[in-house]
Design a protein around this ligand. Structure first.
Ligand SMILES: [Zn+2]
Length: 492
């Protein structure tokens, strides 16, 4: 247990609309579920932001010493084109267009997703279950909900009975919707006539002959409803009640509302203690949307092959940029903002590189303990990364002042500041030092200069200087080899 005893983490709970002190169900353990991607196309930047936000949540909980089981699913069946109960399955539709097996589509875009997540330096979840891998669990959950009286079968499909459920438990709490308003605002859609009430949603859908993805069930051949997989898989891996459920804001309704209803109807307890929702991205002040062309893919940002940005931006600069907004705020991608983030990122990395070379003094001119606590305070306040970044830059200023002799730091403080700063930057924010490559270029330039000077010394038969340089480099772990063609060097 590292820090959590003395730390006081508060999380904004979307369900109660309040910041609440985080108390896990089982001491020292956290169960966290995040709705993963539907793998039918390249992961877009907005989704990346959600997963990076929850990566930071996961990282900070681990940093505090919690043992975290982080489950993030892959949706590979059941997500229909209209996000509700109508239209084609998104994956099956893409498979038809590309003339592929649905599982080829799934494989292709799962790999793309993992690749982008790796570029952004996100940690892999503890478990990454797929919907098609949990058909049995989903059928069992439906049977339980039917047994408890909250679902009914019609023509091989099973629907959740929202009105019946709402008599016993509140429906709409998470999204703040009232069932009467929902009914008043719902149009009768084609194909919904099987439902007793337009608000009811499918747990299982009967599959027609031409349907590509279908499984046998007690109600005939069919496929599960989209909302069901998350309930079935979170129950299986985290239990009937777990600590944190996350996802993008757009999933609040109906997806998460339905998850609450399914979990409660099946297990007689509300499934989640803390609901967390990440906000959206905009591009140049406008909603990102493929159909209007106002959209950019992660790799287009990294390569610079896009119409929006002045230059390419590395994954770490983009990640650092995302940290400059709190996860519940919207974040606007513009060329200027990313250029500024790039400068900030380089400044931060330079300061971290300096940390190990700082001279220690008798005393410290700043209260380093307080400075470090400010890092925790920012993260304890609902993972407020922009405040953390601002506080880290206070430390950067201090570091730069120490190098110029304007301020001082004593040894213990320096060690502590170095450990904690690196912890927050690398382990919590999940940044990597991309400058290390530039560092190698720098070393190469310095070595060329040093070897030139040594060559000049040798030319004038100044063996003493030549040997001094060679021995000094050897001490620094750099081996110089002399030959007729000149000198070469390598890092030992
Ligand atoms: Zn989900």
């Amino acid at each position: 247990m590292k820090h959590q005893m003395i730390q006081d983490l508060h999380i904004y709970n979307s369900l109660t609309r309040k910041k609440e002190k985080f108390i896990p169900i089982h001491e020292n353990f956290v169960g966290m579920y995040v709705c993963g991607p539907t793998v039918y196309n390249n992961v877009h930047l907005g989704n990346c932001r959600t997963f990076i936000s929850f990566d930071v949540v996961y990282r900070y909980l681990k940093f505090l010493g919690y043992k975290v089981r982080y489950v993030r699913n892959i949706t590979d069946v059941g997500h229909l084109v209209d996000d509700a109960d109508d239209g084609e399955d998104k994956i099956a539709k893409k498979a038809k267009i590309d003339r592929l097996e649905p599982m080829e589509v799934v494989q292709k875009y799962t790999l793309d997703f993992h690749n982008v997540m790796r570029q952004f330096n996100t940690l892999t979840p503890s478990i990454e279950p797929t919907a098609t891998g949990h058909i049995i669990e989903q059928i069992e959950m439906i049977l339980e909900i039917i047994k408890n009286g909250y679902a009914y079968e019609v023509n091989g499909s099973v629907y959740f009975d929202v009105e019946k459920y709402n008599k016993d438990y509140p429906y709409g709490e998470l999204s703040g919707r009232k069932i009467e308003d929902l009914i008043a605002n719902t149009r009768e859609l084609d194909g919904q006539d099987e439902k007793r009430n337009p608000l009811d949603f499918a747990l299982w859908k009967n599959a027609s002959d031409e349907h590509l993805m279908k499984w046998p069930s007690p109600w005939g051949l069919g496929f599960p409803g989209w909302h069901l997989e998350c309930s079935a898989m979170s129950t299986k891996y985290l239990g009937e009640k777990f600590d944190i459920h996350g996802g993008g804001m757009d999933l609040k309704f109906p997806h998460h509302e339905c998850e609450i209803a399914q979990g409660t109807a099946s297990n007689q307890c509300t499934p989640v203690n803390y609901w967390m929702h990440g906000n959206m991205l905009t591009l140049n002040g406008k909603k990102m949307s493929k159909s209007t062309g106002n959209s950019i893919l992660p790799h287009e940002l990294f390569t610079g092959e896009n119409d929006f940005m002045e230059k390419p931006f590395s994954p770490m600069v983009v990640r650092f940029f995302m940290m400059q907004a709190q996860y519940r705020s919207t974040l606007d991608f513009t060329s200027e903002a990313l250029l500024a983030a790039e400068k900030g990122y380089i400044k931060l990395m330079n300061a971290l590189n300096l940390l190990d070379t700082l001279p220690a003094s008798e005393n410290s001119s700043q209260d380093v303990g307080k400075m470090i606590q400010s890092f925790y305070d920012a993260m304890n306040d609902d993972f407020n990364t922009p405040i953390l970044v601002a506080n880290l830059f206070e430390a950067v200023k201090y570091i730069n002042n120490i190098t110029t002799g304007k301020e001082q730091i004593k040894k213990e403080d320096l060690n502590q500041l170095s450990t904690e700063m690196k912890g927050f930057v690398f382990d919590v924010l999940g940044l990597k030092n991309e400058e290390e490559n530039h560092g190698n270029n720098r070393l190469e330039k310095i070595m060329n200069l040093v070897l030139d000077l040594r060559q000049e010394a040798r030319a004038r038969k100044d063996w003493e200087t030549s040997d001094k340089i060679r021995d000094g480099l050897k001490d620094a772990g750099i081996i110089v080899k002399d030959s007729k063609e000149g000198s070469t060097w390598e890092v030992r």
